[in-house]
Design a protein around this ligand. Structure first.
Ligand code: HEM
Length: 400
């Protein structure tokens, strides 16, 4: 088996499940070489991924969660870091600033608005009978939601989301020129948000962040900008990719699709969790060993890079019965698509609401949906999902 989890080409048609299967069975903590780097340990079994993600004392998120340590990359700004790349207790203090906005009850309050947005999004394409599902349907929801959360115009959310995609599209392991430009554009926009929210504070997350304090000190502009970048980045193409690759999974498994449609409201919960397990939009998060240690019999040295492959963990037969079968009725379903431990996805309640609202609209209104041509996948070894996915369906009337 030719193993190469570094090369984005391995992910050019979705997760490389044959490689994952071989690794879990034969070399679950595998040393993966990098063309320009020290190489890293690729972790593929569910239990090991779970243990690494929860053990921040042994496996640090600093200096970065990307495979490459490039100091100039979007994840490292003159000593400033995103919360995603901090360890407790610093991470805990930063996460405390925004976690209130993301709890289950607060997220649940957003359900009616998200349902309304989902209806509008499908209205925009429904009369045409065809569209690019990724750009015109799946991508619209997360960009609107992030705009609403931050208190910026919905159309600006779209633009931010395009930049996110450029940031996540890596050529090899390194960020592209286009990605770096996108980070600067994002900051430029973020600076306008700072001016606007300082001049006219509103009841939104951007205003709250600007007024919040860590250790008695307000966030400075760079700290705010990195929060801004993280929120736009984390909530954008993840949810989009789940919706697009989730629809693909249903088209590939018509029996499961039929089963779901027999009782959509009653079956949506387990179906959504199974689609998260199946699609795993985030391919990996990286850690750094803080001291010499052992993992699944391998001796790791202090400073070694350790990369958790969520899509591999989510197909581990030691954790999931018939792991290679899409089973929308699967319960319990302890997938790890949102990660776990101190960094476990903060937006997961919101993501679930977005996914449910969109699946209901898409599956009930876009009848006879079919692929018009094969989807083109995002060339990234970090985020998994189709980039373009032309579909046809039976045209119908708008509701709005
Ligand atoms: C299907 C959609 C999504 C998936 C699969 C996903 C997945 C993930 C994963 C794997 C992590 C890292 C967890 C770890 O290291 O253990 C993460 C972190 C994070 N996610 Fe999500 N995410 C999704 C949607 C969202 C949304 C909608 C938002 C915000 C609106 C969001 C905000 C965040 C934030 C802020 C973090 C960093 C948490 C921290 O460092 O403490 N995510 N997400």
């Amino acid at each position: 088996m030719n193993i190469d989890l570094w090369n984005p080409k391995s992910f050019a048609a979705g997760h490389p499940h044959a490689q994952y299967d071989w690794l879990r069975a034969n070399d679950p903590v595998h040393f993966q070489a990098e063309p320009e780097g020290a190489g890293y340990w690729a972790v593929t079994r569910w239990q090991d991924v779970y243990d690494v993600d929860r053990n921040f004392q042994a496996f640090s998120s600093e200096p970065t969660i990307m495979i490459q340590d490039a100091p100039q990359q979007s994840t490292n700004f003159k000593g400033y870091k995103m919360m995603l790349m901090m360890d407790p207790p610093q991470h805990t203090a930063f996460r405390r600033l925004i976690r209130q906005e993301f709890t289950q009850p607060v997220s649940a309050g957003r359900v009616p608005r998200m349902q309304e947005l989902a209806r509008q999004i499908v209205d925009e394409v429904i009369e045409k009978g065809e569209c690019d599902f990724v750009g015109q349907v799946a991508g619209e929801m997360p960009s609107y939601v992030i705009a609403e959360l931050l208190g910026i115009p919905l159309d600006d959310g779209r633009e931010l989301y395009k930049w996110t995609e450029a940031i996540h599209t890596t050529a090899g392991g390194t960020p592209t020129e286009e990605g770096m430009v996108a980070v600067f554009k994002m900051f430029e926009y973020g600076r306008k948000v700072i001016d606007e929210k300082r001049a006219r504070p509103k009841d939104d997350l951007a205003t709250k962040l600007l007024q919040a304090e860590v250790d008695g000190k307000k966030l400075d502009d760079m700290e705010f900008l990195l929060f801004f970048l993280l929120l736009v980045d984390a909530g954008g193409d993840t949810t989009r990719n789940l919706l697009s690759s989730g629809l693909l999974a249903l088209l590939d498994n018509p029996d499961q699709h039929r089963w779901l449609m027999e009782d959509l409201p009653g079956r949506l919960g387990s179906a959504r969790e199974e689609l998260l397990r199946w699609c795993s939009p985030v391919i990996y998060m990286r850690r750094r060993a803080t001291h010499d240690t052992e993992l699944a019999g391998k001796k790791l040295k202090e400073g070694d890079k350790v990369v958790m492959y969520f899509g591999a963990a989510n197909r581990d037969p030691a954790k999931f019965a018939n792991a290679d079968r899409l089973d929308l009725s699967r319960t319990p379903n302890e997938h790890i698509a949102f990660g776990t431990g101190p960094h476990g996805c903060l937006g997961q309640h919101i993501a679930r609401i977005e996914i449910d609202a969109m699946l209901i609209e898409v599956l009930t209104r876009m009848k006879n949906v079919k692929l018009k041509e094969p989807p083109r996948w995002l060339p990234s070894n970090f985020i998994s999902g189709p980039q373009v996915m032309p579909v046809t369906f039976t045209a119908a009337e708008r509701l709005g």
